[in-house]
Write a protein that binds this ligand. Sequence first.
Ligand SMILES: [Zn+2]
Length: 266
Amino acid sequence: MEELKLLGKIVIKGKIKALTGLHIGGAQGNTEIGGVDNSVIKDEEGKPYIPGSSLKGKLRSLLENHEGYLSATKLVLQKKGAEPIRIHICNEPECPVCIIFGRNHGKYTLADNQTELVISNATPTRLYFRDACLDEESIKDIKPNLDLEWTEVKFENSIDRITSAANPRQTERVPRGAEFCFELVYNVLREEDKELFSKVLTAMKLLEDDYLGGSGSRGYGKIMFKDLAVYWKSREEYETGNFSAQPIVMGSLEELMQKNIPQLLK
Ligand SMILES: [Zn+2]
């Protein structure tokens, strides 16, 4: 196994802004009185948030797609819940998805349902996401108009094609304009990981032109990243405690993408 040691961490902080209503589903069945059936996930204070796992899963799947991995020979069946899901895992030493998101040793079945894949090149996950909490200030002007304390309730109709009868249902959404704190951490464990970091920004850009959460085909979940700041915390800083408070790059996602970030990681 190759030698890996922490050279430093790239930390991106900023905001995620909902440009349309956002629905990331919460646990069903424990609906509060007066609540809706199809609720959004909330924290212990009852405020909606974006779980780090939602961001991670979405960026990973977008990057797998971008790298051309959506084929039976590049996907494995992973048992999660009742039905297995298809996810990319491979043995390629320099596969960007497997390096950024990590891979474990183990035996998998390829998505063709017959070929066995034995993973021997395990590597630690480079990328971590924090849960993104709601910035209350961002919705203070629209708060009086909301249906629930922090969210809106949208009524949608499915139409029976023969009788034209409507089948209304309610969906809770985070309102357009809501902003969430955003933070990700990318561990640089070898020099090559610095170049690979651009793939993380690519995945974030792909997400802006995709959607987060449910019902994306019906107008939900368009988001943008804003007010981003990139920090580099070197190995040396972790040893001395003398961290630089200054970001190495600030700006929009496009501005980050246009900078040569690997050159700034000293
Ligand atoms: Zn791979």
